[in-house]
Ligand binder design. Structure first.
Ligand code: AMP
Length: 364
């Protein structure tokens, strides 16, 4: 069985690593000659919208999936006309436009911050009294890891924030004074069976995820499961889905969802009976989904822009290192380490040591 993947970055690499024990082969389409999943399968080298390569991918793969949500809608539709593509194209279409996404969440009664669509500086100035300061101005599309975002503290910030976007359609939303950020990851297979992972509590800095920690038994687990179930049912979803949420005074407010495996679920490789990567493959192949039961306590620390030595990381007890085989570059995720421990103190101590190591090489 051959799995086609749009994108050959670290997420595709970890999907392939989970697929080998299941006897799966992989074929990746990626414009980068040295994309880090290439060694784990065949590589179709070229643009995502190259019709010749897409036809080859559709012809040769039994099922096609993707590792990022900015796949052009036409590409997903072209592939879907020729082969099975999961998650469904509609999930991509909704997730890749923050305005469509927030409207969709609201139709499902999943709370979001107040927001408004923005196409001109005048419009931005007009809506701000309703949204109120502080607020965040974001591009509607192509945004990830906080890119294309500006914090608005007062009316003085509007012109610079607007001009930074260079005229692309935008959305302004109220800044959420969150107590913490969490995400829920779930998997749904073709038959409609669903499993949920324990909430992950996530720490971002400059819009980029730094640390994610499993929170088995979190009091908000049930509410988060209710919200992500609504999304999966409405989208007739197949695969792994991640929903990012703010926690404010014990209530969940949705930020965004990602129709793919997610950075905040990397700790599931060692911290869960079945990882998010394996469950994504099981879901798109309509296999029985694996247990998401926790194995001890788990957390993940990202290495961004640079790397400590393997020895420095592995000296820390309870730690596992995942190198992505990527050349370090400013702001680039190049590796992560998972900590899995039985005791809270062991976990906290390892997270602290790893965070200190990560900060030494982090340039973002
Ligand atoms: P995003 O690219 O929208 O996921 O934003 C990246 C990170 O920026 C989030 O995980 C938050 O830490 C922060 N952020 C984005 N939007 C908001 C908001 N409306 N209120 C507070 N923090 C935000």
């Amino acid at each position: 069985m051959k799995i086609g993947v749009l994108g050959a970055g670290q997420l595709a690499r970890m999907i392939a690593l989970a697929g080998y024990p299941l006897g799966l082969d992989f074929i990746f389409l990626d414009p980068s000659a040295d994309a880090c999943a290439n060694k784990l399968g065949e590589h179709l080298h070229g643009d995502y919208n190259d019709p010749r390569l897409l036809a080859e991918l559709a012809e040769r793969a039994d099922v096609v999936t993707y590792e990022f949500e900015n796949v052009p809608a036409e590409v997903a539709e072209f592939l879907a006309a020729h082969t099975r593509v999961y998650p469904p194209a509609q999930a991509l279409a909704v997730a890749q436009d923050r305005l469509v996404e927030k409207n969709f969440l609201n139709t499902l009664a999943i709370p979001t911050p107040p927001y408004a669509a923005i196409d001109t500086l005048e419009q931005l100035a007009q809506v701000m009294p309703t949204i109120a300061y502080p607020a965040v101005l974001k591009s509607r599309t192509q945004g990830y890891d906080g890119k294309g975002q500006s914090l608005l503290q007062s009316a003085n910030d509007l012109p610079a924030a607007w001009h930074k976007l260079e005229g692309v359609p935008a959305i302004v939303e109220a800044f959420v004074p969150f107590n913490r950020e969490v995400s829920i990851i779930a998997a749904r297979n073709v038959s409609g069976d669903v499993v949920f992972y324990p909430l992950s509590e996530n720490i971002h800095h400059n819009g980029i995820l730094r640390v994610a920690e499993s929170k088995t038994g979190d009091p908000l687990q049930q509410q988060a499961e209710t919200y992500i179930s609504r999304l999966m049912t409405a989208l007739d979803y197949v695969g792994v889905l991640a929903l990012e949420l703010f926690v404010v005074d014990g209530e969940l407010i949705a930020n965004e969802f990602a129709p793919r495996v997610h950075n905040s679920g990397h700790w599931t490789i060692e911290g869960s009976e079945t990882s998010q990567f394996e469950n994504h493959l099981r879901a798109i192949l309509d296999l029985p989904l694996g247990s998401t039961a926790s194995i001890g306590k788990a957390a993940m620390v990202n290495f961004i822009g640079g790397l400590p030595t393997a020895k420095q990381v592995l000296t820390i007890p309870c730690t596992h290192l995942h190198l992505y085989d990527k050349t370090p570059r400013k702001g680039r995720k190049v590796a992560h380490a998972t900590v899995r421990a039985e005791k809270t103190e062991q976990l906290a101590s390892a997270i602290e040591k790893l965070t200190r190591l990560a900060e030494k090489t982090d340039d973002s």
